[in-house]
Design a protein around this ligand. Sequence first.
Ligand code: C2O
Ligand code: CU
Length: 697
Amino acid sequence: MYFAAISAARGFLLLTLLLAWIAGNKASLLLFSSTEANLNRKARKLMTWAVVLTLSSAGVVGGIAWLMAITDSIFWRDRLLIPPLLIVPTVMIWTVSVPRLRKIRQATGRKTNSPLDLRLLVRASQPAIIAPYQFVALGALTGMYWTFTTTVPFDIWNGAIPLILLLIAGMALWLSHLNRSSRISLDGKAPANRPFMRLMRRLAVLVVAIALGSVPFYSALKASRLPETVSMAEGPMDNGSGMSLAHHNHSEAVTASAEPVKEISVDSLTGPAEGKPDVSYTLTAEKKTVKLASGRAVEAWTYNGQIPGPELRFKKGQLVEVKLANKDIEEGVTLHWHGLDVPNAEDGVAGATQNAVMPGETHTYRFVAEQVGSFWYHSHQDSREAVEKGLFGSLVVEPEEGMPADVKDITVMTHLWDNHGIAIGDNDGIQHIKIEPGTPVRLRLANTDDWIRQTYKLLGTTFQVAAIDGTELHEPGNLNKVSLDLITGGRYDVTFTMPDTPVTLNVGQGGKLGIVMSPDGNGELPKHAPNLPVFDPTHYGTPTSTPFDANSHFDREFTMVLDNQLGFFNGKLALNYTINGEVFPNTPMFMVREGELVKTTIVNRGAVDHPMHLHGHHMLVLSRNGEPVTGSPWWTDTLDTAPGEVYEVAFVADNPGLWMDHCHNLAHAASGMTMHLMYEGITSPYTVGTATSNHPE
Ligand code: C2O
Ligand code: CU
């Protein structure tokens, strides 16, 4: 609906621009009518054009009204600038142009074949007829500019400069028509109709406009180049406010803290430095050609020569030590524990919490796992490329006492290898697993792929979604015939008791990729997975108490507006994916203090989904599109916001540091859709930028 509404508004705007351009052109050529009859006909046609432009403009206004009817004002308040730009000139057409056209039609009512006399020439060339049509085109052009660049929060100059240019262009048009018209009355005859000269004149205007525009264009282009070195601990800040969807203003802005906060370096926020680890792993990053089950070879970047990397599995409370070595990945590597809220220095983000580990180097991570659940790890250096090529693996934290011995625990990581062919782990076909009836089964679904919203269909049994993003749900009910859609980075744990008959997990459209579980190890994957409704976590399970809820007092409130904007990124003109109107490194970081309760409203005004991932914290989802979450508390670390959606989430700032907050569609992150959460007083010795070896995305 949202997408349809914005598309309608944009489509009609483009249509209006084209039509008004044509109509304006026709109006300005009226005086070149060869005969009175010809002028009479052209005047009539222009009156028809008035109707056409009115309808098309009404389409734009209708699209915006539709948007207003179905969404919160944050989706359209800036777009309210557009209707007046179309309505005013349209009204001018009807009140100024049309009456004059009517007079011309009366004067030429006899439709003779005689050429226009001076009186008719002057009438046909008056600016009052021509300019209003052209003003519609100018208005539509300005509207188009705003549609692709206007940001929320609204930037006054982005609104004012096009308006000023619009006024100047409108005045220039009017004056040039006036000039031509008075020359006609002075000369007593029509000017020569020279289309070539007209074209040349227009080209000249275009060239001048481009020349004038190129100065700010190139300086903005240059300014957008990524800096050589920049510390993520410094830069523009957003201190939050009491800003909510109900009243958009910054009046309650939280000012910088009353008492200064002691400075702490990211480097000192490590896990336990002393003590013998309970579990230790060594992960060596290396390039390797790896074969999938089908025999297809993948030029991979691996941990320990395998794709995905080895599963890391340990128990809550254990001290874990992971030694990372880089054999030959020239781009550098790190290890980030996606969804596991470790101390900041162990978070593994190149340029934020450590330097990228270059070939021949090592880095050791030490932490105690405090959560139980399904997570994953991946490199956070050049992560778009690294994850795509295989630098990731499964990470499972079991309860202190371990998983019950009888549980069949199956990890399902779906990934697209080499840009074609999705696989579960390294198996790009159908797997068969023999499971005794009555066995409790836990499938740990994780979508590690970049673009895809992966669809999983579990057929042949009722089941529960036991956990989302590593957090158990409260009293999850039985599900049957629902599709589980996972966005990139997200995890669902699915549980069921093995029946006597086969159960199939179908990935994608069915028939090609999946798991057949059966008592005898046989069975078929259905050729076509049925169409099923999609699982909705907002009304699933039952409520239980949480440390805070939607009615709590929030110390900070932030708004995160996701959008597409025409702009500049790293020296290129691009349709950027923006957060609060900006791209990395210009997006203001969210500032918090330890202990605060923080609420964030995530709004997607763009055209595609954005699964936003906050490091180091789990967010409690409070509401979606104004509707509270009524089932089990839903904690997430990677939350997808679809176009037109608004989510309210909250978390406790209980893990000091510098924490990335980015779209986990890593291609979006790499093109600037990344920002961070920053605790006051935190400093970082690390830098990112073109002159450094740190490129976290
Ligand atoms: Cu899974 Cu910042 O990433
Ligand atoms: Cu995105």
